[in-house]
Ligand binder design. Structure first.
Ligand SMILES: [Zn+2]
Ligand SMILES: [Zn+2]
Ligand SMILES: [Zn+2]
Ligand SMILES: [Zn+2]
Length: 354
């Protein structure tokens, strides 16, 4: 932050963060009485955390049109602020802050839900909520908080360090959602058991840890599962161990351990096993993944009409070449790559971060 303005900006940062914490507490309080306000306050909390993070980059970035930003109007609170979508885009482009695509989808669904509530009359939120309403609100908030909490305690740890205790308290508060999820699991347990007897496969959910992640038949060796309790999706690969041929389940980061002989897989091993070869047909086929930003190797390979990253196991759109460094990149918006660059380069513009 600029020295001259840093005192002011600290005040803004603190006020945004305190408001975010406040809104999140309110959102939990209102869960039973008024899911409508819970959704609205929850969404405001997420937006405020994002804005606080972006403010550290530059105050004008939280204004809808930074080119028209005016410091005195900003200080008076007289400005339209950037939308959540725009805020995330700016974090990605300008601060080189990567918000995973999947996390972004959950934030986006919270925002869409909020907008629907504000713009349309929603009968079911006005009276005491029926189970369906809570079933909708709770998994959504659980997923969004899961990802926001990860950002706050990892990537953004240094920025929110003064609030780490408060953030842990919030996380504790959000465990209330887990109670609902547990009740939901108890309710669904017998149906899941029945499914299992009929040969449908379930895995333990990576997020909520209930034994309720239903495995969809996707594209062998890639499997995807969706948790019936918290609604989160995750992918995994099943691949034969090179030592003993036992099937290994590979989750995030290319990591999987053979239960029989202890062999541990990594991205390099998966590339060797599954990639058609980087220079097959003269053109490089493997691309760098813009979703997880794994930079040690181009980890995305052609896979069933699209691309699959062997590090984050997400399916990605066809890759494109970066307009600045010409690297092949999948799962990243390269529209302004000549200016902003890509995961492998900084582009043509050097941002003055003062
Ligand atoms: Zn789950
Ligand atoms: Zn083995
Ligand atoms: Zn990836
Ligand atoms: Zn590039």
């Amino acid at each position: 932050m600029n020295k001259k303005k840093s005192i002011n900006l600290q005040i803004f940062f603190d006020s945004l963060t305190r408001n975010a914490i406040d809104f999140l507490k309110k959102s939990v309080d209102e869960l039973d009485k008024s899911p409508k306000y819970s959704v609205i306050h929850f969404c405001s909390a997420i937006e405020l955390f994002f804005k606080a993070r972006l403010l550290v980059e530059h105050w004008s970035l939280i204004v809808a049109k930074p080119e028209n930003a005016n410091l005195s109007k900003f200080q008076a609170g007289d400005f339209h602020s950037a939308s959540m979508k725009e805020t995330i885009k700016r974090l990605n482009n300008i601060s080189g802050e990567k918000i995973e695509n999947k996390a972004e989808q959950y934030f986006e669904s919270v925002r869409n839900h909020r907008n629907k509530l504000i713009h349309f009359f929603h009968e079911k939120y006005i009276v005491k909520p029926d189970n369906l309403t809570l079933k909708e609100v709770i998994p959504e908030q659980y997923a969004a908080w899961f990802y926001l909490h990860l950002l706050l305690i990892n990537q953004w740890k240094a920025i929110f360090k003064d609030y780490s205790e408060e953030i842990e308290k919030l996380n504790h508060l959000m465990q209330r959602h887990k109670k609902y999820l547990r009740a939901k699991y108890e309710e669904m347990k017998s149906a899941i058991c029945k499914d299992k007897k009929n040969g449908i496969q379930y895995e333990t959910c990576y997020f909520c840890s209930f034994d309720a992640a239903k495995v969809d038949d996707t594209y062998n060796p890639l499997f995807s599962c969706t948790c019936l309790i918290c609604n989160m999706r995750s992918n995994f690969l099943v691949i034969a161990c090179p030592e003993c041929k036992t099937n290994i389940k590979v989750e995030d980061l290319g990591c999987g351990e053979c239960q029989k002989c202890g062999f541990v897989s990594d991205v390099d091993f998966l590339l060797q096993e599954l990639s058609p070869g980087r220079y097959y047909k003269e053109e490089p086929l493997e691309a760098y993944c813009g979703n997880c930003e794994y930079s040690a190797a181009p980890s995305a390979i052609p896979f069933d009409n699209s691309y699959l990253c062997l590090n984050c196991l997400e399916l990605l759109d066809e890759p494109e070449h970066c307009g600045y460094c010409n690297e092949l990149i999948a799962g990243h918006d390269l529209e302004n790559s000549w200016i902003y660059g890509c995961i492998m380069c900084d582009g043509s513009l050097n941002w003055n971060r003062d």
